[in-house]
Design a protein around this ligand. Structure first.
Ligand SMILES: Nc1ncnc2c1ncn2[C@@H]1O[C@H](COP(=O)(O)OP(=O)(O)O)[C@@H](O)[C@H]1O
Ligand SMILES: [Mg+2]
Length: 227
């Protein structure tokens, strides 16, 4: 369980998250939505300890997430995929996966290839020459190589063609279902994401203005007014 209690986050004098509380159970798939600047990325970063200037409490399985100590926090089994295609462009697909799995089980690459067969087909190709969607799958695959129990994804479908968006989002659901991984995903592709997550959280100006079943947000006629 991830417990965020009365979280405030600042960049210098600018307060970005305001007294935010949120509990996420193991195995949940949660989408986080909201306008640009709402604080979505900041919230994800706080959950892995990537923002130092916070007050409040964040605990994962009862253990504190230490602000500014990402390298320690990730050892609790947290994988964070920041926005953008975070791959080693000069290395092959297989090398990217192997490097990510060094501290864990390099043989787990076979499982990742099972989730993303296109990566197996392209295993000897330089990562920098993959398409955007394939690079995103590789970035996800690299995070999976660390065998996370909690996966934090920041806009994994940005810049992808709609059909690829669906594939990437569906793969996230299958990761959750086959591995039991808890998934928190920040997305701009709201309708497509709502089909894959069970719970939706909407942020506005650093506060939660909706938290409920994704179905409920889908049915809400004034959905777009929330954003
Ligand atoms: N490193 C930073 N330094 C100063 N301000 C920042 C920094 N990162 C984000 N912000 C500001 O914090 C607010 C929330 O940003 P962010 O969490 O990235 O929102 P979102 O991901 O929802 O678009 C924005 O006003 C943004 O300009
Ligand atoms: Mg963001």
């Amino acid at each position: 369980m991830l417990q965020v209690e009365n979280l405030n986050a600042h960049y210098g004098k600018l307060q970005v998250l305001h007294d935010l509380s949120l509990t996420i159970r193991d195995g949940e798939r949660v989408g986080i939505f909201g306008h640009n600047g709402a604080g979505k990325t900041t919230l994800l970063k706080c959950c892995v300890g990537d923002i130092a200037q916070i007050s409040g409490n964040i605990r994962y399985h009862g253990e504190p997430i230490l602000p500014g100590q990402v390298h320690l926090n990730v050892r609790q089994g947290i994988g964070f995929v920041p926005q953008g295609h975070n791959v080693f462009r000069e290395l092959s697909v297989a090398q990217n996966l192997r490097i990510s799995g060094l501290m864990h089980d390099p043989a787990y690459a076979e499982t990742v290839y099972g989730i993303f067969p296109i990566l197996k087909e392209r295993s000897v190709q330089q990562a920098g020459s993959l398409s955007g969607g394939q690079q995103q799958m590789l970035a996800l695959g690299m995070a999976l190589m660390t065998r996370p129990k909690l996966l934090l994804l920041d806009e994994p479908t940005t810049g992808l063609a709609p059909i690829i968006v669906r594939d990437v989002l569906a793969s996230i659901r299958s990761i959750n279902q086959s591995e039991g991984t808890t998934v928190i995903i920040v997305e701009q592709n709201v309708p497509a994401t709502l089909q894959q997550v069970e719970r939706a959280v909407v942020l506005k100006s650093g506060r939660i203005i909706f938290d409920g079943p994704s179905q409920q947000l889908r049915e809400q006629e004034n959905l777009w007014h929330l954003f």
